[in-house]
Design a protein around this ligand. Structure first.
Ligand SMILES: [Zn+2]
Ligand SMILES: [Zn+2]
Length: 350
């Protein structure tokens, strides 16, 4: 089978490997779609602390159940369409025992800590294979992971009906976060962004868009909020230049939810936090409940994850697609191993 391999010398290679055999509670998936994420780019640049080559990356994927290990007992059948919940937690640390495996002290992900979905076939534990309802296609299935990131952030936040929400960044996560905030009852959703193509993508989805190239867009956000700032800011860039602007984007006693992943510690103005009684919380990946809600929101058409996809391509096109994603001139890049089958009819088509 074809795979994209992150090699020991740090290079990316499109290579061949034997199709693995599932053992124990493992499920073999024939991968249909696998999304390319910022953390895959970080791995490919040698900047990920946990990823050890040789590795098949890819933690955002969907596919068909192709084979079952002898101890699979959760009702999965060959041919089932599934999305992959890629969390690997230890089950034993404080966080796991408190029921929050997403903040496990030894948190791992399929596709980072073990081989993932940039391949024609992938092995996952049975608990990671979540069946998709008939209204959710396999392309959408591969986008449940980033949507679940946003569902988790929204559920941790104090989002109220009518809130003015600012989302920093109109990349794939920002676009999903904005749609979700809108669907959860936000009164106004403003996306801040520096890249013109991403500004256009946000505009096409009906968001108010602020050009963040000028000091993070703070002045314009204040203008659009009657000088007050946002009730709620979702930080979805993980970019060090955005961190110092957050306290200026949010209103007095407002809330900031940090879901973007920062590669290094960044400066945060705790004086402003104190003087303005701002609440700042972190949001890390998702729990299984967020994943199930993301599937259900996609099934109901409350959010359209496909709207963030800008480029589809085969595994063989990996070098070009990685370069595209790195240039941030696109939305979500997704590898297509098995095009959507004709037997799938979305609810809209009925
Ligand atoms: Zn990701
Ligand atoms: Zn743990």
């Amino acid at each position: 089978m074809d795979v994209i391999l992150y090699q020991i010398d740090g290079s990316l290679e499109v290579g061949a490997r034997p199709v693995p055999k599932p053992k124990g509670d493992q499920v073999l998936l024939q991968v249909a779609y696998a999304g390319l994420c910022g953390s895959d780019l970080a791995i490919a640049e040698g900047g990920h602390p946990r990823a050890k080559p040789p590795l098949v990356m890819g933690h955002e994927f969907s596919g068909y159940v192709a084979d079952l290990g002898e101890r699979v007992d959760q009702g999965l059948e060959i041919g089932d369409r599934v999305a992959v919940y890629p969390i690997l937690s230890c089950g034993d640390c404080y966080a796991c025992r408190m029921g929050s495996p997403n903040v496990c002290q030894a948190l791992g992900l399929i596709g980072i800590d073990q081989d993932g979905g940039f391949a024609e076939y992938a092995l996952v534990p049975q608990g990671a294979a979540l069946r998709l309802p008939s209204g959710v296609g396999l392309l959408e299935g591969s986008l449940i992971e980033p949507l679940a990131v946003c569902v988790h952030a929204a559920r941790l936040s104090d989002l109220q009906v009518g809130d003015v929400v600012v989302v920093t960044g109109a990349g794939p996560i920002g676009l999903l976060m904005g749609q979700l905030a809108r669907s959860a009852g936000a009164g106004k959703v403003i996306l801040t962004e520096v890249a013109p193509n991403r500004m256009a993508a946000a505009q096409a989805l009906g968001f108010e868009v602020v050009d963040a190239r000028e000091k993070g867009g703070v002045a314009e956000v204040l203008e659009r909020t009657g000088g007050r700032g946002a009730d709620l800011v979702f930080e979805a860039t993980g970019h060090p230049s955005v961190a110092p602007t957050l306290m200026d984007l949010v209103r007095i006693r407002g809330q900031i939810v940090a879901l973007g992943v920062f590669e290094e510690p960044v400066a945060v103005d705790l004086q402003a936090l104190n003087f303005q009684e701002i609440r700042l919380i972190g949001s890390r990946v998702y729990e299984i409940e967020d994943f199930c809600r993301a599937i259900s929101l996609a099934a109901q058409g409350r959010v359209d994850p496909r709207s963030i996809v800008s480029d589809l391509g085969s595994l063989k096109e990996a070098p070009r697609l990685f370069a595209l994603a790195r240039a941030a001139r696109v939305g979500k890049v997704v590898f297509e191993m098995l095009p959507e089958q004709e037997d799938f009819v979305s609810e809209e088509d009925l």
